[in-house]
Design a protein around this ligand. Structure first.
Ligand code: F0G
Length: 385
């Protein structure tokens, strides 16, 4: 890879030029970075749905609310299946197909399931998803069904579902969880693209939601590679934000412990990150430490307020993504973040990923308003059966 170092300037130009190509591999916001990806595949072997190439959107009301001057959102929810998972899935599924897999599987809180289902359908292989019964949002479940995946509902949490999958001894099943190294490779391109959008001048902070911690691990790897190969000479501080009820890494960080203690019963309204035993915590922590970042948590209430602001800024996201803005506001209010700093928050899921949450939140708001006004509101915004 020595030649890559000398070629950083050439690659920066080539990666951008590929956006104007008509080849599906060049047009993919993952595969256009293929010099830094496993790339033993022919152009026709690549399983792509034109993922990536997502915009950076400036925060307005959100920036004001969080008390910062320079805030941007990189919206990875504007991917083909509505979440960041598509970036890793295109590489994972391409490798699965290349290695002759007939069936692929993952455990999921919903988004990986939707993504795996779509890419498996494109690859022409069977997709099987293990979900914690009754916990994934209906929208995500509907996507997995629509793309024709087999659904296995497991009593218990995401962690139980993942354990069940890992115990499976079906030799014909190719595992596509976020610990799959090919998924990590695809996921890291989000940072190549982000830095390209900033003309290779890193922002001061990158704020990322934390669940199973695959995403933050991939971002840490991306920064290490970009520095090593001469694309950038400094990195953003990476802040991971967890939900308070599903915060094993934040607890470990605050207590200065050396090992993570899993939570047996994670609980948060942000169902995407209701995870008590994140598998990639060591790699994620390495990324935080290497960039001079931090780990923190926010309450469900703070997530709800931040999500409302992101919606009112015309952007929208699912609850787990709103941990980022909630985290930024918390840091500024505690005086821990310079208001002049440049900050990028990663939005991981589309606003339509959890519509029940939005309707229920509105019903609660309305009920509170009516209670304050002395009248009792008995209506509902949810569709009637
Ligand atoms: N945001 C959303 C919308 C997610 O779906 C997830 C994870 C995360 C954040 C956290 O990312 O796990 O890499 O730290 N969703 C997984 C799933 C677990 O199964 O869809 P992470």
């Amino acid at each position: 890879m020595d030649s890559i170092e000398a070629d950083a300037a050439v690659l920066k130009r080539r990666w951008l030029e590929r956006r104007t190509s008509f080849s599906s591999r060049d047009r993919s916001g993952v595969w256009r970075f293929r010099e830094l990806l496993p790339d033993t595949y022919s152009a026709s072997g690549v399983v792509t749905l034109a993922e990536g190439n997502t915009p950076v959107v400036a925060g307005r009301k959100t920036a004001e609310w969080a008390g910062v001057k320079h805030l941007w959102f990189k919206h990875l929810g504007w991917n083909p299946t509505g979440s960041f998972k598509d970036l890793g899935m295109t590489v994972g599924m391409t490798e699965a197909k290349f290695s002759g897999a007939k069936a692929v599987a993952c455990a999921s809180t919903g988004n990986t399931a939707a993504s795996l289902a779509a890419y498996a359908a494109r690859a022409g292989v069977t997709g099987r998803v293990y979900l914690p019964a009754g916990q994934a949002s209906n929208n995500k479940l509907a996507q997995a069904l629509d793309f024709g995946a087999e659904i296995v509902q497991i009593e218990g949490s995401f962690d139980d579902a993942l354990n069940r999958l890992l115990e499976s001894d079906d030799p014909d099943l190719y595992f596509l969880n976020s610990i799959n190294p090919f998924r990590v490779e695809g996921q890291k391109t989000a940072m190549f693209e982000l830095l390209e959008q900033f003309n290779w001048q890193p922002p001061d902070y990158l704020v990322v939601p934390g669940g199973n911690l695959g995403n933050s691990s991939a971002f840490g790897k991306a920064f290490a590679e970009l520095c090593r190969f001469g694309f950038i000479d400094r990195v953003p501080r990476m802040i991971i934000v967890q939900a308070e009820g599903a915060n094993p890494l934040a607890r470990m960080w605050n207590a200065h412990e050396a090992e993570l203690t899993p939570l047996a019963h994670p609980e948060t309204v942000a169902t995407a990150i209701r995870i008590g035993n994140p598998r990639s915590w060591k790699k994620a922590l390495r990324g935080v430490e290497a960039t001079g970042g931090a780990v923190m948590d926010v309450t469900d209430e703070e997530i709800g307020e931040a999500k409302t602001l992101i919606g009112h800024d015309g952007i929208g996201c699912e609850p787990a993504s709103a941990t980022t803005l909630a985290g930024i506001r918390k840091l500024t209010s505690e005086g821990k973040l310079d208001r002049d700093a440049s900050i990028v928050a990663i939005l991981t899921g589309h606003v339509l990923k959890d519509t029940d949450y939005i309707i229920k939140a509105q019903e609660k708001r309305q009920a509170r308003k009516d209670a304050a006004a002395g009248s009792k509101w008995e209506g509902t915004l949810a569709p009637q059966a």
